[in-house]
Design a protein around this ligand. Structure first.
Ligand SMILES: Nc1ncnc2c1ncn2[C@@H]1O[C@H](COP(=O)(O)OP(=O)(O)OP(=O)(O)O)[C@@H](O)[C@H]1O
Ligand SMILES: [Mg+2]
Length: 306
């Protein structure tokens, strides 16, 4: 499968007035395949927006290489096939939804009949058909975000780059935007979406990159990232010395009253602990702990702060 985005050794150093410098993006490497939804997540200040601006050619990297749709970042031909929804899209509030879309359609030099048809399609696609004639001043945050998405679809782009499309939205609006992103994938588009709304990412993304302090800390499919699970084995009435015996197989062993809990990586060690327990303790339960992306994220970010 062809790649939509390839990033190699990407770095961005911001230089301050006092001669200080911040490595906002520090040696990033990743690639996004065509047709996938790629989640780009990290805490505030991780370097998400900086990376996105470099992908779009709005900022120059300090070093490294970026290829977008087979062309260097910023290439005019590639740009025609890309669309960008910024972190906080800004629109003229006195305009109606239809007027705003019409304004952008004109930038694409569409004639009046095609503009009318396209605006109707776009409003329908983002669920704003009824609100097209209202001024944006009367729109809620979720509605503004939808108009932003409608605007991003005018030129029928192949690659969509959305910077935090769900930030500040309520759960229903979140879900709507997730569904919209999934429908774009069905149309064969590639979606690169940054967020710290981890639950959004978890449900829509094929692949996720987690960045922290400008560096990539994890990259993989949702399945790969989340299978690093643990299993908790609860036993009762352990014989003396049994806790010490299983310690090498476990990340942690705790004994509370007559119960003993063994926290171990899901996999072979679970069998080993169970084998070792025969005749030395009674089995109460074996519970796999499914890790959510949120757990993983918090763990990674905390690890980075140590
Ligand atoms: N124009 C700039 N000049 C100097 N430093 C900057 C500039 N823009 C961003 N930074 C710094 O670069 C780092 C990364 O910022 P960036 O905006 O890319 O993060 P982000 O992941 O998008 O964060 P958020 O989730 O808050 O949007 C931060 O330390 C930020 O302070
Ligand atoms: Mg940002």
């Amino acid at each position: 499968m062809a790649e939509a985005i390839v990033v190699q050794g990407l770095k961005k150093i911001y230089k301050g007035h006092l001669g200080d410098s911040v490595a906002a993006v520090d040696d990033l490497n990743f690639q996004v395949d065509q047709g996938e939804i790629f989640g780009f997540i990290g805490p505030n200040g991780a370097g998400k927006t900086t990376t996105i601006k470099m992908l779009l050619g709005l900022l120059f990297p300090s070093s490294g290489k970026i290829t977008v749709l087979g062309k260097p970042a910023g290439d005019i031909e590639a740009k025609k096939r890309i669309s960008y929804l910024p972190e906080s899209p800004y629109f003229y509030e006195h305009m109606t939804g239809i007027e705003v879309l019409d304004f952008y359609c004109k930038l694409f030099k569409m004639d009046s009949a095609s503009r009318k048809r396209r605006i109707g399609e776009l409003l329908e696609q983002v669920g704003l058909t009824k609100d097209g004639s209202r001024s944006l001043r009367q729109y809620s945050k979720g509605m503004l975000q939808r108009i932003g998405i409608a605007q991003s679809l005018i030129n029928e782009p192949d690659l969509l780059i959305y910077d935090e499309p769900t930030s500040g939205l309520d759960p229903i609006a979140h879900k709507d935007i997730q569904d919209l992103i999934l429908s774009l994938k069905k149309q064969g588009k590639t979606v690169f979406v940054s967020s710290h709304q981890l639950t959004d990412i978890e449900s829509v993304c094929d692949k996720v990159a987690i960045i922290n302090r400008g560096q990539l800390v994890k990259l993989g499919t949702m399945q790969e990232l989340l299978q690093i699970g643990r299993t908790v084995i609860t036993l009762s009435g352990p014989k003396d010395g049994f806790a010490d015996e299983v310690k090498p197989l476990a990340e942690r062993v705790s004994v509370e009253g007559e119960f003993m809990r063994v926290y171990t990586e899901t996999g072979e060690n679970v069998n080993k602990v169970l084998d070792a327990s025969r005749g030395k303790a009674s089995l109460v339960s074996v519970v796999p702990q499914k890790q959510t992306l949120e757990d993983l994220f918090v763990e990674i970010v905390r690890e980075g702060r140590k």
